[in-house]
Design a protein around this ligand. Structure first.
Ligand SMILES: [Zn+2]
Length: 376
């Protein structure tokens, strides 16, 4: 009888502990692999945006990063080797101290076995979670006797790769500070080799680099020593840039599960437009269309998508008119579009990483009396 009379209060205690435990679990007890699903970006103030974008410089990007990429660079070529050196040297010279690793392998191709090299640059390798920005640096192979002309692959994908290098260079200070302010979340840049089919697009003649790296990341424990999580679990969001640099890109939506991030890009485009930060940009939205569904496109994200990674694919629909022609060259690039996309991408990266740039304080007006030399 005594126990019975205590029953209701024990049950009450049990229920309140259960509710309390649920609350704790939901507020800060979620497994780290689920944190990406609850991730909140910050929204920079206009002053912070101006401070952040004060370091991006299209002319410098063009000379330092784009021109060195505009060479024939199919897998195994001398141009490919030169581009790899350029990416490694550039990222290695920055103050944020990127770790650059190589994923080298041989693969059978329609022309026999060829060497491939993916480059993976990680801002803070000890961070569990990574925002990934990716591009492919190889150019499509055209046999020289066909045309006697060099295929530059300017939008495909020299410009996207130069844009990634510009993110790292322009935001060097901010990324360096972010490393210590948020040791749990970092930025990773992936430069894929062998995206293009060497002869004709098939499941085995295409996506050589991304197929290899997705497999390798899946079999690499992450964090080091983990038994049930791998490097793919560490990818918060995989942002693939491709075929950018032609005028008027319209980027539609392939993946409903990442719509909020495409909407954020549109929101950044609107904000920068209203701040007069974008050139040749007549209406507030020109590029990002989260409400326009487009069909799935075969590209380097596919091997990651198939393994459950969340994708944002920044590729125009339709493709640029110069796609896979010898007119995909430097002369046909649209400088305004590239500059605008650089700015939008850089704000996106900072907001995603919760990295607030330091706003320079307004210099105080010098007093005339304290500086007689400036007196009229
Ligand atoms: Zn291509």
């Amino acid at each position: 009888m005594a126990e019975r009379s205590h029953g209701p209060s024990i049950m009450r205690l049990f229920y309140s502990v259960a509710i309390w435990m649920t609350f704790i679990h939901c507020s800060n007890g979620i497994p780290w692999t689920q944190e990406k699903l609850h991730h909140r970006a910050i929204t920079l103030t206009q002053d912070e945006i101006r401070a952040a974008l004060s370091h991006t410089d299209l002319d410098q990007m063009w000379q330092r990063d784009l021109r060195p990429l505009l060479v024939t660079r199919y897998p195994g070529s001398a141009g490919s080797q030169a581009v790899q050196e350029h990416v490694k040297t550039t990222l290695g010279s920055l103050g944020a101290r990127w770790e650059v690793t190589e994923d080298k392998f041989m693969s059978e191709t329609p022309y026999g076995p060829l060497p491939f090299t993916n480059l993976i640059a990680t801002l803070n390798p000890s961070a569990k979670r990574r925002l990934v920005l990716a591009c492919h640096y190889d150019s499509k192979y055209y046999a020289p006797q066909w045309h006697g002309r060099e295929f530059q692959g300017a939008t495909d994908s020299a410009v996207p790769c130069a844009m990634l290098l510009e993110v790292a260079r322009a935001l060097d200070e901010e990324l360096k500070a972010q490393k210590s302010s948020n040791p749990n979340l970092t930025l990773q840049l992936i430069f894929f080799d062998g995206e293009e089919a060497l002869f004709q697009w098939t499941p085995t003649d295409s996506l050589y680099g991304s197929r290899h790296l997705a497999q390798k990341m899946e079999s690499t424990p992450h964090p080091a020593g983990a038994t049930d999580t791998n490097q793919l679990h560490g990818i918060d969001l995989f942002v693939l840039l491709d075929l950018l640099g032609a005028p008027s890109p319209h980027i539609g939506n392939q993946f409903p599960n990442t719509t909020p991030w495409l909407s954020r890009l549109q929101n950044i485009e609107k904000r920068l437009h209203s701040m007069n930060q974008l050139v040749d940009h007549p209406i507030s939205v020109e590029y990002f269309w989260p409400n326009r569904p487009v069909g799935h496109i075969q590209d380097d994200h596919v091997p990651f998508l198939n393994k459950g990674v969340r994708i944002l694919h920044l590729i125009p629909s339709p493709f640029p008119s110069v796609w896979h022609t010898f007119d995909d060259n430097e002369q046909n690039l649209d400088r305004a579009t590239i500059q605008n996309l650089n700015k939008i991408l850089q704000v996106f990266v900072l907001e995603y990483l919760n990295a607030r740039p330091a706003v320079p304080s307004t210099p105080s007006t010098p007093s005339v009396s304290s500086n007689p030399q400036n007196a009229p």
